[in-house]
Design a protein around this ligand. Structure first.
Ligand SMILES: [Zn+2]
Length: 424
């Protein structure tokens, strides 16, 4: 963000230029790693797999969304606000973001109940009753006082406010993003300890490289597991030196979206995966604004499905949702947008409606095929998640149809205010 001459807070694209020189090579539609993993040497094509799914007879539903940022201004209205000190060139106190928001949308509570921030999302979670709930947590949870040097923005939430995450029944958070190390490696270690003590699994960051690469293994019943891997690319703003080391806490950072990166992920998944596991890859990638999905990103997403046995790609980093693709029966969410943040009162990018967001409820068969995707339009306002009104839902519907056209997807109203995905 920058402050313009009139003193108004404005966004500026913090993302670095992508340097994706090395594109993933053409993926194979048959004889891929997935086909061999399907067993017995039988090739399985997307169009042939429905019968197998029916024989398995079971499905499960996920709740997914994009960035959940409970630090900074949000932290200040929760019961245990941390040190508000900031090191931003335009703002020195997290309370300033509370004041900005109040100037835009009116008074905010103080010492708000832990479930306040989830607003209308709680009723949707109660209605859908997803089996597993996963978000990208875009903040450190720490009392650490040393900000990462040479970084413009640092998010932190006080560990005593962690019940705001358990209030939504989160099972797992992705931590591979450009804010979890904002308060140094000690801050990351405290974040991990705090989440694990609360029973929330983590993926994409760890006390060393092996822990950062390891999946969160979530039981699905019947001995099946959902393996959640998470990683980030540097074009999302992750400093390269945040990469976890042999004996150093950090993130699972992908240096590029090349075939070598796909191969490394495939090798890791191959080592962890048991028969019956469903595999999800959560990835923080790309800049904050704009709808374009790079060829490199599209090739990568398809390649991890074809070659690394990934069943669902959960993308995030953009402040607004992006188009959706279904590749060989597997869901690719290129960007889920922000789900909660303290950005009210920050002008700019109004045409992309970054306050509008969605709850993603994909229903998968236990072999990883997408059965259905319900999207619930929501809106960030008053530091909480609210149901979008009819006009806002129609805007999201139109955007998803515009951006999904290139991917062969479209959405339709479900009649209950939700949208459902249709795909070729
Ligand atoms: Zn981010």
């Amino acid at each position: 963000m920058v402050t313009n001459a009139a003193g108004t807070m404005r966004w500026r694209d913090m993302a670095r230029e992508a340097s994706l020189a090395s594109l993933v090579g053409g993926h194979t539609r048959c004889c891929s790693r997935r086909d061999f993993l399907a067993g017995a040497g039988t090739l399985v094509f997307a169009g042939m797999s429905a019968a197998a799914d029916n024989r398995s007879g079971t499905e499960f539903t996920l709740f997914l969304c994009g960035d959940v940022m409970t630090g900074r201004g949000i932290d200040q209205i929760l019961p245990h606000p941390g040190d508000p000190m900031l090191y931003e060139s335009w703002m020195r106190s997290a309370r300033g973001y509370v004041a900005l928001a109040e100037g835009e949308t009116g008074p905010l509570p103080r010492a708000a109940a832990f479930d306040y921030i989830w607003g209308d999302a709680l009723a949707e979670l109660a209605r859908v009753q997803p089996d597993v709930r996963i978000v990208n947590l875009e903040t450190a949870i720490t009392t650490a006082r040393e900000p990462w040097p040479d970084k413009g923005i640092h998010y932190r939430m006080h560990p005593a406010n962690l019940p705001c995450l358990t209030a939504a029944g989160l099972d797992c958070v992705s931590l591979a993003n450009n804010h979890v190390l904002d308060w140094g490696r000690h801050g990351l270690e405290e974040t991990l300890r705090s989440l694990h003590a609360a029973g929330i699994r983590t993926a994409g960051a760890g006390v060393d490289a092996d822990a950062a690469l390891a999946p969160a293994a979530i039981p699905l019943g019947g001995g099946r597991r959902l393996l959640v891997y998470a990683c980030a690319t540097t074009d999302s703003g992750v400093p390269p030196d945040w990469t976890a080391g042999l004996r150093q806490a950090g993130l699972h950072v992908l240096q590029d979206l090349s075939k070598d990166s796909v191969t490394r992920i495939a090798t890791r998944i191959d080592a962890d995966r048991r028969n019956g596991d469903v595999v999800m890859l959560s990835i923080h990638w790309g800049g904050n604004w704009g709808y374009a999905v790079s060829n490199a990103a599209r090739h990568f997403a398809r390649s991890v499905i074809d070659l690394a046995a990934v069943d669902l790609v959960h993308g995030h980093s953009s402040h607004h949702p992006l188009g959706i693709e279904v590749h060989r029966g597997r869901l690719i969410l290129y960007g889920c947008g922000d789900f909660l943040n303290d950005y009210e009162g920050i002008g700019g990018h109004e045409q992309q409606r970054p306050e509008l967001t969605m709850m993603y409820f994909p229903r998968l068969s236990t072999d990883g095929h997408l059965r259905a995707l319900e999207l619930v339009p929501m809106k960030i306002r008053h530091f909480r998640v609210n149901r979008a009104d009819a006009a806002e839902s129609a805007w999201l519907e139109s955007m998803l149809n515009r951006e999904g056209a290139a991917f062969g997807t479209r959405v339709e109203p479900a009649g209950n205010g939700s949208l459902v995905l249709r795909w070729d």
